[in-house]
Write a protein that binds this ligand. Structure first.
Ligand code: 5EF
Ligand code: ZN
Length: 263
């Protein structure tokens, strides 16, 4: 069973004991130093298809003990030629109410308040995300940096249900909404590199796309995300708040980070 945590004896420095890839190459996240970037004119704007889900479509919002995740239908897909990647789920990483800095990727050493990941799998080659998750060309994850600022109505489309998933393994149904509205305006400006899952089993199977522009959520929305959920089960006596669920930056070790824009 996945008994890894972000702190303590099962924390990230111990992951590689049970999950060897976590100690391997091509690990994520990384600190994106903009002076190491290489502009790539072939990086096209990210194209999203069927992201506008109807309200009669029901998504599962769940607490898996490591993150808050929202299931996504596989008919939603992104195309980043030559492949098509179907959506699987989106989830978040954040800090804590006292330290609102919990993004996974950093930009020039700056850590943002939180980070959203939309996990897709290569549906040209694999039947589902579980088949794709350990293949080097298996996954494409969209990363969105989150800042505390303006109220974000799109975020509330699922955040208003978060008190139904306070404890590990709790799940609720939420009506579909336009997932595109969770993303920044500029889908043509992003960082691109080959990396891994940022949680065990840390498979080096992810084509990372981290958008340049952060999105904003209000202080109240951040507080709700960072204080509503626990990584412990409902009936457990000592409840463990879920916060600081981000992995520290890994060595870029000569990996090239491509960038789709030139200032
Ligand atoms: N930051 S990240 O994008 O690397 C990333 C996570 F951070 C994360 F927490 C999860 S998880 O499934 O919620 C829990 C651990 O697998 C996944 N889930 C992936 C990994 C394994 C798997 C299998 C089926 C569906 C989704 C996933 C993930 F890809
Ligand atoms: Zn993630």
């Amino acid at each position: 069973a996945d008994k890894w945590t972000y702190n303590g004896p099962e924390g990230e420095h111990h992951w590689s004991r049970h999950y060897p890839f976590c100690g391997g190459a091509f690990q994520s996240p990384i600190d994106i130093q903009t002076d190491l970037l290489r502009f790539d004119p072939t990086l096209r704007p990210i194209e999203l298809h069927d992201y506008n889900l109807s309200a009669n479509e029901h998504l599962t919002l769940g607490n898996n003990g490591h993150s808050v995740q929202l299931s996504l239908p596989s008919r939603m897909f992104l195309s980043s030629p030559p492949h098509r990647y179907s959506a699987a789920q989106l989830h978040f990483h954040w800090g804590s109410t006292s330290t609102p800095t919990g993004s996974e990727h950093l930009v020039n050493g700056k850590r943002f308040a939180a980070e959203m990941h939309i996990v897709h799998f290569n549906s040209d080659k694999y039947a589902n995300v579980s088949m794709a998750v350990d293949k080097s060309d298996g996954l494409a994850v969209l990363g969105v940096l989150v800042e505390v600022g303006e109220f974000n109505p799109a975020f509330d489309q699922f955040l208003k249900f978060i008190n139904g998933i306070k404890y590990r393994n709790q799940r609720v149904k939420v009506p579909g909404f336009n997932i595109r509205s969770l993303l920044p305006a500029r889908l043509d400006e992003y960082y691109r590199y080959d990396g891994s899952l940022t949680t065990p089993p840390c498979y080096p199977s992810v084509l990372w796309t981290l958008f340049r522009s952060p999105i904003q959520i209000s202080p109240k929305q951040f507080l709700s995300l960072a204080s509503a959920v626990y990584s412990s089960r409902a009936q457990e006596s000592n409840s463990v708040p879920m916060n600081g669920n981000y992995r520290r930056p890994q060595l870029a070790d000569h990996r090239v980070v491509l960038v789709s824009f030139q200032e």
